[in-house]
Every structure is written in C-alpha cells, then in structure tokens.
Design a protein around this ligand. Structure first.
Ligand code: NAP
Length: 244
C-alpha cells in the first residue's frame, strides 16, 4: 500500500453536505477511505453519499450547534483514523454592525461546533491512538484579512490556536492536528459572497490571489495528504493554499 492511500482508514467529514466538505468526502473515498459524513441537510448529505466511491459509507445528519445532537453523532461513530472539519459560515459584517448575536452565530458554528465535537470524540475514545489525523479547515484570511471579515477571521484564528494546542496535547498518543488555510475557492460560500456583495468583489478577490480562485479538488487533495500516512511526521501546522 502506498502512504498516500486511505485504505483501512475510517474518516469523519463534517460539513459534507456542501462545498469543500462534500468534495473532500468524494476524494477521500477515491483514495480508499471509509467515510461517515455529517451535516444538517439530509437530502444534500444523501447526494454526497451517492457520489462516494465504494459502499461502506454512512451518513449521520446532525446540527453541530446542538450539544445533544453532537453527543448523539459521537455516540454512533466507530473508532476513527481521521476527522476533516469543514463546518463554517461566512456571515460578514463591518465592525460597527457587530453585535453579541453576530459574534455568537459565527463562533457557534465556525469554532465551538468543531471544538465540542472533538471533546466528545476524545471523551468517548473515538480517536485511534497511533493512527489518527485531525484536519481543520481554517482560512488564508487569518494572514491576509479582508474588510467585513472580523468575526469570520476571529473564529478561524481561534480555531488555529485550538488546533495547535490539540497537537501538543495529543502528540503523546500520536494523534496529529493540523489546519488547512485556503484562499477563496469556488463553493456555495463564495456564491453567497458574490450575492451579498457583488460579482466585482469576487473578481477583485480572484485578481488578488496568486493562483486565482481555487477548485474544491485543490483543498480535497491537500486534505487527503494530511489524513494519510504520507504526512505522519506533520503536526501543529497550518498550510496556506492558493498563495499569499
Ligand atoms: N469556500 C471558500 O472560499 C473557503 C475558503 C477558506 C476556508 N473555507 C472554509 O471551509 C469550510 C467549508 O466552506 P464551504 O465553502 O464548503 O462552505 P459551504 O458550502 O457553505 O458548506 C458549509 C458546510 O457547513 C455545514 N454546516 C453549517 N452549519 C452547520 C451546523 N449548524 N451543523 C452542522 N453542519 C453545519 C453545512 O451543512 P448543512 O447546511 O447541511 O448543515 C455545509 O455542509 C468553512 O469552514 C469555510 O469557512 C472556505
């Protein structure tokens, strides 16, 4: 078996009903991984499930802002060799419009959901010792911020800090923790940006990115590397995709 394959690995993908999570699940299945995919929307999750290669995959719908649903999901999982965390929302507000509600909304899904799920996975001993990789999708915007992104970027920065501490705490068990920080990628999240701002704003973003807009496959291929044994000596890192 080559080190880049994911055969004999069971991987949970959150946010698998759309965008990057969906493509990561599809690509992981092509590399031989067995998947449990989650998200809230059952119909879109089923669409992802139908696109996976092989048939030993499962979907479990759950709202990860609900502690009960997170506990139910964690309780149904087998021991895992990896988790790809792709839940997130892009609720952009100029600083003067930030309220307690906007802070809570963004942090609940883009930060807390992944943190509390991980707590449950650790408490339930669902992460395999000696063979487990946790991969969080952050964003290049923690290094190269954009106007209106204060809460989105703050939640991602918090996630990056969390992932590094996790790497320290879990290294003795040989459980790795890394972030992938993509520039803008063509997903429904970017369509929302085009709708809420303008096509010109997206065009400007594209021009600013060294390698232009990314495709979901560009993130998925990187995720496969981080989930595979090919990256077994990499932890506590944050890889920027798409150029600075
Ligand atoms: N697209 C980009 O340009 C880009 C760039 C850098 C980083 N990222 C990050 O990559 C991740 C994925 O982004 P994307 O572009 O794929 O966005 P997306 O297409 O909007 O997907 C977001 C996913 O999060 C899930 N989700 C949202 N709220 C949830 C909740 N309460 N419980 C469970 N799942 C929930 C959604 O599933 P349901 O609706 O089914 O719940 C969906 O599957 C995000 O963290 C984003 O910040 C994206």
């Amino acid at each position: 078996m080559n080190d880049f394959e994911l055969k004999n690995k069971t991987i949970l993908v959150t946010g698998a009903s759309s965008g990057l999570g969906k493509q990561c699940a599809i690509t992981i299945s092509r590399y031989g991984g067995s998947l449990i995919i989650t998200g809230r929307n059952e119909q879109r999750l089923k669409e992802t499930l139908d696109l996976l290669k092989g048939n030993e995959h499962k979907m479990i719908a759950a709202d990860l802002t609900s502690e009960e649903e997170t506990a139910r999901l964690a309780g149904q999982l087998p021991a895992l060799n990896g988790v790809l965390y792709s839940t997130g929302i892009s609720d952009l507000n100029p600083a003067r419009f930030i309220t307690k509600e906007t802070i809570e909304k963004t942090f609940r899904i883009s930060f807390e959901a992944s943190v509390l799920l991980t707590s449950k996975l650790l408490a339930g001993k669902k992460l395999k010792k000696n063979d487990c990789s946790l991969v969080f999708i952050s964003s290049i915007s923690t290094r190269y911020p954009f106007v209106g992104g204060a809460m989105y970027i703050s939640a991602k920065a918090a996630l990056e800090g969390y992932a590094r501490v996790l790497a320290l705490e879990l290294a003795p068990k040989r459980i790795r923790s890394n972030c992938i920080a993509p520039a803008f990628v063509k997903t429904p999240m970017l369509d929302d940006t085009a709708e809420n701002y303008s096509e010109e704003a997206v065009k400007k973003i594209e021009e600013q990115q060294l390698l232009g807009l990314g495709e979901p496959e560009d993130v998925a291929n990187t995720a496969v590397f981080f989930l595979s044994d090919a990256s077994r000596w990499i932890t506590a890192t944050n890889l920027i995709l798409g150029g600075g």
